[in-house]
Design a protein around this ligand. Sequence first.
Ligand SMILES: *Cc1c(COP(=O)(O)O)cnc(C)c1O
Length: 224
Amino acid sequence: MSVVENYDYIQSKIKKHLAKVGLKSMPRVIAVTKYVTIERAKEAYDAGIRDFGENRIEGFLDKKAALPNDVTMHFIGSLQSRKVKEVINEIDYLHALDRDSLAKEISKRATHTIKCFVQVNVAGEASKHGLSLDQVVPFIQNLSKYEHIEVVGLMTMAPYIDDEDQLKDIFTQLKSKRDDIQALKLNYAPCTELSMGMSNDYAIATEAGATYVRIGTSLVGKEE
Ligand SMILES: *Cc1c(COP(=O)(O)O)cnc(C)c1O
């Protein structure tokens, strides 16, 4: 399938699910290009996509260099503190701020404000990164001492399951935590955004209020 066809399908599905719950604004679709070639990423660009996500430094820098410069680049993977300096100033949005040592390193190395999502492991899966829901508020309050970090929102990766009620519950819990942080009115943490939903669950995340969905397999495919 061409990216155009997949993107059309995804957008119409998103619209259908928004309408179902009475929401109006479309989440931004981030094309996760970590499995595919530069050519396929360019095809996504030609389909009108301007947000791109990669989870490794090499792939991130390669795609960024190859794409036109009006794209927004999202780093969606976990970032080792010692590697921050290699990539941080190339990042528009970091979706995986999950520990104090990383925040400290970013504030040391960044030369502009980095828009960050705090990653939350809502379901408490051992295999996933991220803070528990209870840790989120104290973690964000403690970021006040760092420069160059703006908490634009929260991010989660849901478990790979089919149970729609359980998925909706996970996304709704993240949204409610997002609302709590917004209510604190911290100037460095406006926390208006929700990065949630992947190929398996973006429709449910959309219904729960996602403002960014990160889609790889269903949008650009998964090549070797
Ligand atoms: C790979 C990845 C995605 C996209 O996954 P698909 O299931 O292929 O859509 C989204 N978010 C993160 C953090 C990822 O690592």
